[in-house]
Design a protein around this ligand. Sequence first.
Ligand code: SF4
Length: 426
Amino acid sequence: MSTFDLDSQPGVVKRHPTRTVAVSWGATRTLIGGTAPVLVQSMTNTDTADAIATAIQVKELALAGSEIVRITVNTPEAAKEVPAIREQLDRMGISVPLCGDFHYNGHKLLTQFPECAQALSKYRINPGNMGGGKRRDDNFAQMIEVACRHQKPVRIGVNWGSLDHELLARMMDENSKLAKPRDAQAVMRDALVVSAISNAQRAEELGLPGDAIILSCKVSHVQDLIAVYRDLASRCDYPLHLGLTEAGMGSKGIVASTAALSVLLQEGIGDTIRISLTPEPGGDRTREVVVGQEILQTMGLRAFTPMVIACPGCGRTSSTVFQELADRIQTYLRDQMPSWRKQYPGVEAMNVAVMGCVVNGPGESRHADIGISLPGTGEVPAAPVFVDGERTVTLKGDHIAEEFQVIVQEYVARRYGSARAATSTN
Ligand code: SF4
């Protein structure tokens, strides 16, 4: 008997209920948690003390679709430049909220540089990197006091690599005294969750409102991440920031992040995501934003950019024509989105099919909003175009790519331009 229910409604994800946290800058008010869509965040890798380079990268990440951008604030020089980065972004019309990433000296930097504390929209605090004992408690309290004074939300971000040693040692010790001690890995996972929740509770006791706290517990292995976040979600209603830390480079990083996050997102766990990809040398930092968006879009949770459905190609295609066309159309669609988003509401949910031959080409193209089926080896050199399921024209010759792009452009203006007209008259 099948264990799958084919009649269940696909794509319907019941979100784990969480509080809503507002992360604001100027007129921009970005919501995390509650019924807000799952947000995509990113982080710069520039030296924050280099305000121009950092502002440029924040702008690139924001234009790629990052809804919050985190910057490292690790030295007095970096903290000093944060207001300048904010001003530069405001001058460029980039209102994306900035989150400051603090470790070790955050309590000092936020206190010594109040303009930095004010220019940031959110602080990331790692309770495992604040010293030990009373010193840790005092430093934590100092950061929370600054957050209260400036009315900023915080993410309490616990990390596998910097877990509170005292807490872990205590929990390991307690575990060893049990009649049936648990596996050490399970105790470590538990310690991550306990650290995040107990620090959130302490922040509330210190006066930070409960709806100004976001939690994360990042680890670098997929199964650990799934187990930790399931546990975290069952034990609190703070919004959760998901991410596989040190996911890695290239396809490994993308696959590992996708595998972990998809399971959790499908269970309704996760209110904001960040994909921690190691960029290839000279690679584009915005890749992590695109991957985050693609995870959410392919799962049907959000739409950001029209999707290109392309077949993988096989022995029936003897040229790279359809690969080039798929790539060209995907790039074209992504490049148009900054202006299309305003001009053509709803266009982000459009599907475009680019198929390599007659086997699946016409069928897949008919299911897309607009599709083209290119000729495979030995087929008549003609490419039928399908619009809203109907075959319209057949393209031939050396300019199929240009002609198809024009057809897509006209289709978008016709279909989604009228959506804007209808919206504006309502
Ligand atoms: S549509 Fe044609 S070219 Fe593409 S994978 Fe299928 S059989 Fe191969």
